[in-house]
Design a protein around this ligand. Structure first.
Ligand code: 13P
Length: 251
């Protein structure tokens, strides 16, 4: 497979700045050369995490961003502010943002365009709820989210974007999609990308799986050829678990 594995840890609302820097320092000795690694600390820990990660192969991503350059948006931060912390990327459209904070496909699309323009790498998260899966709507939902998020983004930029497939019913529940289920959803996403942006761009996009990835199930998931790595929540909070998952991603 030509795509390099890419594993990111989404810390959600966990870790202070000091805890983030300590984590990065300890992870430094356990980075496999074959795997791209990112961490998504909360806003308050971005600068310290980025400083600690300087010169290491760990990219720092924010967990969200506002699409405006500045203005009366209480509680929000801009692409420029993320870059100002020393971070290099941003996670967009996480299901918690969609479900708890009203994030829409249109909003994710606007943020993605601004992130690319600013020179931030982006991971865009998509995934169906349990009710949608049971109603047989998984493909329709993934198509809506992928088309919506990537609308009017040029194929060169699509190729650089990472998609995280995170079935909502698998997040924080201990219920993981089986490798075969995840592989099928990733293949669907790649087919949608090929339809919209051509085979070359679609083949370049890395698609991470997220949802209860743990050291003991990571290797099975990563062995599927459409699964290019993972977006890890709970198991990214300890160096032991996260580095075991990184090791499982080595081809
Ligand atoms: P868990 O790994 O805790 O299920 O979280 C997945 C996730 O939402 C990562 O973004």
């Amino acid at each position: 497979m030509s795509r390099r594995p890419f594993v990111a840890g989404n810390w959600k609302m966990h870790k202070t700045a000091a805890e983030a820097a300590e984590f990065v320092g300890r992870l430094a000795a356990r980075l496999p050369a074959e795997v791209d690694v990112a961490l998504c600390p909360p806003f308050t820990a971005l600068a310290e995490a980025a400083a600690a990660a300087a010169g290491l192969r760990i990219a720092i991503y924010a967990q969200n961003m506002h699409q405006a350059a500045s203005g009366a948006y209480t509680g929000e931060i801009s692409a420029e502010m993320i870059l100002d912390t020393g971070a290099q990327g941003v996670l967009l459209g996480h299901s918690e943002r969609r479900q708890l904070f009203g994030e829409t496909d249109e909003g994710v699309n606007a943020k993605l365009a601004v992130a690319h323009e600013a020179g931030l790498w982006a991971i865009v998260a998509v995934g169906e709820t349990e009710a949608e899966r049971e109603a047989g709507e998984t493909e329709r939902v993934l198509r809506r989210q992928v088309e919506g998020a990537l609308c009017d983004i040029g194929s060169d930029r699509v190729a650089e974007t990472t998609i995280a497939y995170e079935p909502v019913w698998a997040i924080g529940t201990g219920r993981t999609a089986t490798p075969a289920m995840a592989q099928a959803a990733h293949a669907e996403i790649r087919a949608i990308l090929a339809e919209l942006y051509g085979d070359e761009a679609a083949e370049a996009v890395r698609i991470q799986y997220g949802g209860s990835v743990k050291p003991d199930n990571a290797a099975g998931l990563f062995s599927e050829d459409e699964i290019d790595g993972g977006l890890i929540g709970g198991a990214s909070l300890t160096v032991e678990d996260f580095s075991a998952i990184l090791a499982a991603a080595v081809p």
